[in-house]
Design a protein around this ligand. Structure first.
Ligand SMILES: Cc1ncc(COP(=O)(O)O)c(C=O)c1O
Length: 451
């Protein structure tokens, strides 16, 4: 069923594991080289929005590659990049209209790197050279390059590289299920948002350029949305200290949570938005940084030249894929489909909530997480060594359902969850298959005695 790792020349994610070879995709399904079909309940890593194997996307990419595959952005713009930038800005929060611009990258980590440098240079352009730090939150993930790691608060992913990673400051996450302040919403009066203010007061705010956060924390916390009032308080604190507000919507952008950008659930108007993943639905490596007019204007009235670049930024074939995906989302009204499909998925999962080891089912739209706890009443997690999330993943895989497992949502080490982020086309019966696989997985994993 699998290719032996010893026979592989790929430096795989885990050299001890063998991986099936994926050869085809159809809607919510991936088919391997032995014909086994897997239901992609996580859109791989919350990437695939329109579904696998949509032929018109490949045709659009081939057409662009045949006409012009590449032109360097120091010398040319391309039609697909111009068109996609206009379209993305048109669905962005209102403050991006009339003068916003888009910087296309080849993925989310590059988008984070770009935003860090954009924020830094914004303050050089506006004659505030002391500002360079980008403050972020613990229990977050913003990418795997070193700049992106330095803002990420994902303990396990940072740990091996700690000596290489500068620390610019992290504040508490907004995560009511395991509140870092042991408080309850709304009596907490948003202590987690005020943590930014306290941090800035205590840590020379004149050195801070921006605050960066995920409106719904994806991989690290398993789809934990901000509570009402949080983003407004954060925006107010950023304004008060004259720092830029950056929303990392690499996972949540382009419709995943039921709005084009998750910021819109709370009417948030960030200065910079990062997106990726769903922007090309996995058909091409593509990410984007949306800069609001006030950021663009600072450059326009300054040097006009952003000291940054990637050879493959705004790639014509990748942005052609982005446009074809956008066409598909519009033609099939898939942006509108996410909220009701998310409700169906949630209803299918409802029966799991009574399981003694299911602590919480949470999320927005088609970004849902299921957290497993040792003790439902105290929300105590399993010990890390029990490897519950991975065991659930394996047990669901035996039922041909692909999940995205995560560990560390409680304190960076303990806490098990799986992320569900199926394509926007997911059908009712597929939601039921996902729930059934999880039910079987729970029965199998928790029938054995656990530590
Ligand atoms: C919120 C967030 N930001 C950034 C990234 C990094 O994106 P990429 O893996 O495309 O570099 C991810 C990837 O999971 C993410 O979820």
């Amino acid at each position: 069923m699998t290719t032996a790792t010893s026979a592989s020349s790929i430096f795989s994610r885990n050299l001890r594991k063998t991986y099936p070879v994926a050869v085809r995709g159809e809607g919510c399904w991936i088919v391997d080289s032995h014909g086994r079909r897997y239901l992609d309940a996580s859109g791989q890593a919350a990437v695939v929005s329109i579904g696998h194997g949509v032929p018109e996307i490949g045709r659009a990419m081939a057409e662009q590659a045949g006409r012009l595959a590449f032109a360097h952005t120091t010398q040319f713009h391309s039609e697909p990049a111009e068109k996609l930038a206009r379209r993305v800005l048109a669905i962005a929060p209102r403050n991006f209209r009339n003068g916003g611009r888009v910087y296309f990258t080849s993925g989310g980590s590059e988008a984070t790197e770009t935003a860090i440098k954009l924020a830094r240079q914004f303050f050089l352009e506006t004659s505030q050279p002391s500002r360079y730090r980008v403050v972020a939150r613990r229990q977050s993930y913003h990418g795997s390059t070193l700049g992106a790691m330095s803002v990420s608060g994902n303990v396990a992913r940072r740990a091996p590289y700690a000596p290489l990673i500068p620390e610019w400051g992290h504040i508490a996450p907004c995560f009511c299920y395991h509140c870092p302040f042991d408080k309850t919403y709304p009596e907490c009066h948003l202590a987690c948002a005020d943590d930014l203010d306290e941090f800035l007061r205590a840590n020379d705010p004149s050195t801070v350029a921006a605050f960066l956060f995920e409106p719904v924390v994806g991989a690290t916390l398993g789809a934990a949305p901000a509570v009402d009032g949080y983003t407004a308080r954060i925006a107010e604190i950023c304004r008060k200290h004259s720092i830029l507000l950056i929303a990392d919507e690499v996972m949540t952008g382009m419709g995943r949570t039921g709005k084009p950008f998750a910021s819109e659930h709370w009417g948030l108007e960030p200065d910079i938005i990062l997106t990726g993943k769903g922007i090309a639905s996995g058909y091409a490596p593509l990410g984007a940084v949306l800069a609001a007019p006030r950021v663009v204007e600072a450059f326009e009235s300054g040097t006009a030249s952003f000291m940054h670049g990637f050879t493959y930024q705004a790639h014509p074939v990748a942005t052609a894929a982005g446009n074809a995906v956008f066409d598909y989302l519009e033609a099939h009204k898939l942006f509108e489909r996410v909220a009701p499909a998310g409700e169906h998925l949630r209803k299918s999962l409802a029966a799991l909530e009574s399981h003694p080891h299911v602590g919480q089912v949470r999320g927005l739209g088609l970004l849902q997480g299921v957290e497993f706890v040792k003790d439902e009443a105290t929300r105590e997690p399993f010990p890390r060594e029990a490897g519950i999330a991975e065991k659930i993943r394996q047990a669901a895989l035996a039922h041909n359902v692909l999940l995205y497992p995560g560990q560390g949502c409680v304190d960076g080490a303990r806490g098990d969850h799986v992320l569900l982020a199926p394509p926007f086309i997911v059908q009712l019966d597929e939601c039921q298959l996902i729930a059934d696989a999880l039910r079987h997985a729970l029965a199998q994993v928790f029938s054995a005695p656990l530590g």
